[in-house]
Design a protein around this ligand. Structure first.
Ligand code: PGA
Length: 255
């Protein structure tokens, strides 16, 4: 029996207005308001977090952000701090998503600082790692992902490390409809867990490792059946509350 409580996190990316977020939250609560077997998280743009707080704070659905700065306050125009996220009831934050690494040039060093500061602020970081298609074709996928994991978690004591969630998202599977085979997802998640064991010993068994990349209601069950896949980070399929609720229900049924 796994020591881990599964997580399904929706990543809305840069989508939705206030009205849409509010309607979505109401619809999701109707369907998932009683789901306890899986932690459900909605990671929304900063502008929508306060509305989600109003709708979801008292419910079992968790609120997450998609990024955060690594300083708590000060002259950092345009940035958002951990305590600001706590203020809008965020309990999760996505860190180091491949779209930020690519378009915003976020580095492993920045990612490591953000993970550390999120933990210090009491927010669960969802650390994203994953290889490009080129890296996979060159046979470097494991080495790339191992290095991303090690660099992001450097210096963390194991007590803190066990609060980190890792999302393995092969870049070639994000938004492309090309889901990794459940065996590929399992192989990489198992490799990540053994990397974590090298850093933190037995605590690795308590760390949630999610798969992300074209996850839908139709393929979630197969992914959840893998022993080292503890849930999913879901982009496109999280935008529609009916599809996302179905995805979570299918994941629960597969437990
Ligand atoms: P996708 O995105 O589900 O649309 O592939 C996943 C992600 O980028 O988190």
């Amino acid at each position: 029996m796994s020591k881990r409580h599964p997580i399904i996190a929706g990543n809305w990316k840069m989508h939705k207005t206030l009205r849409e977020a509010q309607d979505y939250a109401i619809k999701l609560l109707e369907r998932l308001g009683d789901v306890t077997q899986i932690d459900v998280v909605i990671c929304a743009p900063f502008t929508l977090l306060s509305t989600l707080k109003d709708e979801l704070e008292e419910s079992i659905i968790h609120i997450g952000a998609q990024n955060m700065f690594y300083v708590d306050n000060g002259a950092y125009t345009g940035e958002i701090s951990p305590s600001m996220l706590v203020d809008v009831a965020c309990t999760y934050v996505i860190i180091g998503h491949s779209e930020r690494r690519e378009h915003l040039k976020e580095t492993d060093e920045e990612v490591a600082k953000k993970v550390k500061v999120a933990l210090k602020g009491g927010i669960t970081p969802i650390l994203c790692v994953g290889e490009t298609l080129e890296q996979r074709e060159e046979g470097r996928a494991f080495a790339v992902v191992r290095s991303q994991v090690e660099k992001a978690l450097v210096d963390l004591p194991s007590e803190e490390l066990k609060r980190v969630v890792i999302a393995y998202e092969p870049i070639w599977a994000i938004g492309t409809g090309k889901v990794a085979s459940s065996q590929d997802a399992q192989d990489m998640c198992a490799m990540i867990r053994s990397t974590l064991a090298g850093i933190a010993g037995v605590v690795a068994e308590e760390i949630n490792i999610l798969y992300g990349g074209s996850v839908k209601s139709s393929n979630i069950a197969e992914l959840m059946a893998q022993p080292d896949v503890d849930g999913a980070l879901v982009g496109g399929a999280s935008l529609d509350p009916v599809e996302f609720a179905q995805l979570v229900e299918n994941a629960v049924a597969a437990l």
